[in-house]
Design a binder for this molecule. Structure first.
Ligand SMILES: [Ca+2]
Length: 205
């Protein structure tokens, strides 16, 4: 029993080290739209067709909604209905993006841009799913996250947009604060392993 308990403590320490080193927090403001409006986001006011992104109360939770009509809605260089937020990022750091999306009827589509790069291109999605894109590299102190939607017959809903730093890109030098947390993490794991050895010795005795 003691062995199992010690193993659990080591695992918990290791997990704590990882999360402390990454300082993983959601850098998206109002990513769940629970303010009931598009606070933190920017939406264009004059889409070429259909309706701009707005926030709607979908039973128990608020979501961002678009009913933009036509393929022009997915043309990020034109004047489509789009929603974006300029995120505070660290150059050379990798981020993971997750969000929930649901659409009804076809054709529907969603494009997601990280800066100017299309990182997800969905067509005719159906029921609610959680989507994720891993290891998005930030190249500056600000990175624009954009959602371009189209849903000709009905409406699409976006919710729980989450962007978290996961690691420094290969070759990037960790900042002094990151080094300090990594060293503390190693010390913490080492101390736990030592106490496990002592506990094991007591059990064996
Ligand atoms: Ca929500």
């Amino acid at each position: 029993m003691k062995r199992l308990l010690c193993a659990a403590v080591v695992a918990a320490s290791t997990i704590g080290f990882v999360s402390a080193a990454n300082a993983a927090t959601n850098i998206v403001v109002n990513g769940d739209f629970e303010t009931g409006n598009l606070s933190g986001w920017t939406v264009n006011a004059s889409p070429t067709g259909g309706y701009p992104w707005t926030v709607t109360d979908a039973s128990a939770t608020y979501t961002a909604e678009t009913g933009c009509v036509g393929s022009a809605c997915l043309n990020e260089s034109g004047n489509p209905a789009y929603l974006y937020q300029d995120l505070n990022t660290t150059a050379g750091t990798l981020y993971n993006l997750t969000f929930d999306f649901v659409a009804s009827g076809t054709p529907n589509a969603l494009k997601v841009l990280w800066g100017s790069d299309v990182v997800l291109d969905l067509t005719n999605v159906g029921s609610l799913l959680n989507y994720s894109v891993s290891n998005l590299l930030a190249t500056g102190g600000t990175t624009r996250l954009t959602f371009l939607g189209r849903n000709d017959p009905s409406y699409s809903h976006l919710d729980n947009v989450n962007v978290q730093a996961v690691a420094s890109a290969p070759g990037a030098v960790p900042e002094p604060a990151s080094w300090a947390m990594m060293i503390l993490g190693f010390l913490g794991v080492g101390a736990t392993v030592r106490s496990k050895r002592r506990a094991d010795a007591m059990v064996a005795a």
